[in-house]
Design a binder for this molecule. Structure first.
Ligand code: NDP
Length: 251
């Protein structure tokens, strides 16, 4: 099961963290993986490192928040390889600042990168998938959409909207051979959360809420992604798969 040989997978935000673990896992299942981030040189090195592990990988640098640049890069990829079977829309940014001081520009920047640009690129790729009558689209949501945490209004609003988006798109594209789902990670050890790793007060807060009493690892998300990306999960669509060590189940 879950053999992805011959498939092409584009993973945004895959120079490190969850995206890199996801791309590695898809590559190990046989997919050709296309890595994305903003630093082209770093991406080339990461793609080369994956190739050394026997994974078919290539780099496609673009900024997800620059929609013309992103869609042009995807068009070039399609011209080169002919198709995208799996799209993991994973890149995301955060800005932490209390509600009463955060600037409108920062609110809009985070909302644009985490929602509007993902809608635009996802729609662009969905148009191609409709023509091939097959596709797997997965967005990265977040447990913050269920929690309410201070200082990240725009981030939480965008992630909540992505959870709604997958339900909407799954209905609209139901007969196109495409499934659309989201993964809502709990607290995962990546650069995004680095400042919290050694924060004893935060760790105590977290372990009080996570029954497994541990941080998630990027590979925990990658396994869920492989399932949603596989042909075998074709009846699973419009879902938000929460991967959080039981955190939100036990709130
Ligand atoms: P990291 O900060 O470790 O990685 C983010 C990745 O996104 C990097 O590869 C980065 O590369 C890329 N990226 C950032 N901005 C852009 C952009 N504008 N255009 C293209 N690429 C971009 O984060 P995580 O791996 O932790 O996060 C991945 C996703 O998971 C995000 O959507 C995040 O919100 C979500 N998430 C994470 C959780 C966690 O606990 N870690 C919990 C819930 C959700 P570069 O900087 O080189 O562009």
């Amino acid at each position: 099961m879950f053999d992805l040989t011959g498939q092409v997978a584009l993973v945004t935000g895959s120079s490190r963290g969850i995206g890199l673990a996801a791309a590695t896992a898809l590559g190990r299942q046989g997919a050709t993986v296309v890595l994305n981030g903003r630093d082209g040189q770093a991406l080339q090195q990461t793609a080369a490192a994956l190739c050394e592990q026997g994974i078919k990988a290539r780099a496609l640098p673009f900024d997800i928040a620059d929609i013309p640049q992103a869609t042009a890069a995807v068009d070039q990829l399609l011209a080169d390889v002919g198709k995208i079977d799996i799209f993991y829309s994973n890149a995301g940014i955060q800005h932490r600042e209390p509600l009463l001081s955060v600037a409108l520009a920062d609110f809009e920047r985070v909302l644009f990168a985490n929602l509007t640009s993902q809608w635009a690129l996802g729609r662009h790729i969905a148009g191609h998938m409709v023509k091939q009558n097959y596709g797997r689209i997965v967005f990265t949501g977040s447990v913050t959409a269920f929690l309410g945490r201070p200082g990240i209004t725009a981030y939480t609003a965008a992630k909540s909207a992505l959870h709604g988006l997958v339900r909407q798109w799954s209905a609209e594209l139901a007969e196109s051979g495409i499934t659309i789902n989201a993964i809502a990670p709990g607290y995962i050890k990546t650069e995004l959360t680095r400042k919290l790793w050694d924060d004893a007060e935060f760790t105590s807060w977290l372990y009080d809420r996570v029954p497994q009493k541990r941080w998630g690892e990027p590979e925990d998300i990658a396994s869920a992604l492989v399932f949603l990306a596989a042909k075998e999960s074709g009846f699973v669509t419009g879902q938000v798969l929460t991967v959080d060590g039981g955190m939100t189940a036990c709130m």
